[in-house]
Every structure is written in structure tokens, then in C-alpha cells.
Design a protein around this ligand. Structure first.
Ligand SMILES: Cc1cc2nc3c(=O)[nH]c(=O)nc-3n(C[C@H](O)[C@H](O)[C@H](O)COP(=O)(O)O)c2cc1C
Length: 158
């Protein structure tokens, strides 16, 4: 079984999630950051996992463009979809709008992995906007669920 994990990440949470997922998958796993690497060919992979993070309700545009481009190829793959998102009330809905409906229905696993925010890393504008939206500065820290990532990996490999 050959797996590729393709992700988009702004501050590194999704990157960390992709690396943890890789370590839990077993077999041969390639991990590609779509914002730093050329769009990969999916030809040699039978399992394709796509993940991104949510800003203002949406997944990164690079992920949406990539998914739209490779949709026909995904029909013959085992597909897994995940997001990293901080808004617990909205995340399930954000997952539904992050990827096309047909892909969500065909996927072997779909999950929200949680979030991670370190205020010192944020750009001034992101800090400012987050403070406006949330009312006050939130605590920095990781809310990534290793348990959820583990469960996702099990679904993908069984
Ligand atoms: C400016 C800003 C806007 C955000 N907007 C949302 C949002 O609309 N919904 C949500 O669930 N999470 C939102 N988040 C939380 C991120 O999705 C979360 O921190 C995620 O872990 C970031 O992953 P990344 O570091 O891979 O980009 C926002 C975070 C920031 C800094």
C-alpha cells in the first residue's frame, strides 16, 4: 500500500497533524506541503489523504484548486479527508464545506483533528482579527487530538 498525504498549513498545525498521521499509517507514506512543493502526481498511490486548516470558515484555496484538478483521479483511490480547525461549534460544518460533497461521501475517513494556536507566531493582522472575533486574546496551545488522528489512521489502513 502506498499513501500520499497532501496538506496546506499556515502556522504549522496541519503540518504537525500530517506528520503524526504519517507515523501512525505504516507502509510507504509520502507527505507533501502544497504551499511549498509543486502539485504532486497521484498516479503511483492507492491511498490519498488531503488535509488543510480553516481560516474564516474556509480551507486554503490551494487545496480547493488541487482537489478540483485531481477529482477524476480520486475516484479510483482510497481517500481520507481532514481539517484542523479551532471553532468547535463550527468545525463539523466547516469540514462539510471544505471538500466537495461527492468526495466526502466516497471517503473512507473524514475528521476534524483539532487545532493549535501560538499567538507569538501569528501575523499582526491575524492577531488583530482573532482578537476582534473572539473578544480577547485566547490561550496559546495545542488542541490537536492524537486519539482522533490514530482513529483516522486505523480507518484508512483497515
Ligand atoms: C486569523 C485566524 C482565523 C481563524 N478562523 C477560523 C475559523 O473560521 N474557523 C475555525 O474553526 N478555526 C479558525 N481558526 C483556527 C485555525 O483553523 C487553527 O488554529 C488551525 O490549527 C491552524 O492550522 P495551521 O497552523 O495548519 O494553519 C482561525 C485562526 C486564525 C489565526
Amino acid at each position: 500500500m502506498k499513501t500520499i498525504i497532501v496538506y496546506t498549513s499556515k502556522y504549522g498545525c496541519t503540518e504537525k497533524a500530517a506528520d503524526v498521521l504519517k507515523s501512525r499509517m505504516g507502509g510507504e507514506v509520502e507527505v507533501i506541503n502544497l504551499r511549498r512543493t509543486q502539485e504532486p502526481s497521484l498516479r503511483e498511490y492507492d491511498t490519498v489523504i488531503l488535509g488543510g486548516s480553516i481560516y474564516y470558515g474556509k480551507i486554503q484555496k490551494e487545496m480547493t484548486a488541487f482537489v478540483n484538478k485531481v477529482m477524476p483521479q480520486l475516484a479510483s483511490k482510497r481517500v481520507g479527508l481532514f481539517i484542523c480547525a479551532g471553532n468547535k461549534d463550527q468545525a463539523a460544518q466547516e469540514l462539510q464545506t471544505a471538500f466537495p460533497e461527492v468526495l466526502l461521501q466516497a471517503a473512507v475517513a473524514t475528521e476534524v483533528f483539532g487545532d493549535e494556536i501560538y499567538y507569538s507566531k501569528l501575523s499582526l493582522i491575524d492577531k488583530f482579527i482573532l482578537r476582534m472575533v473572539k473578544g480577547k486574546e485566547q490561550k496559546s496551545g495545542s488542541g490537536l487530538s492524537l486519539e482522533t488522528i490514530e482513529k483516522f489512521a486505523q480507518s484508512m489502513t483497515h
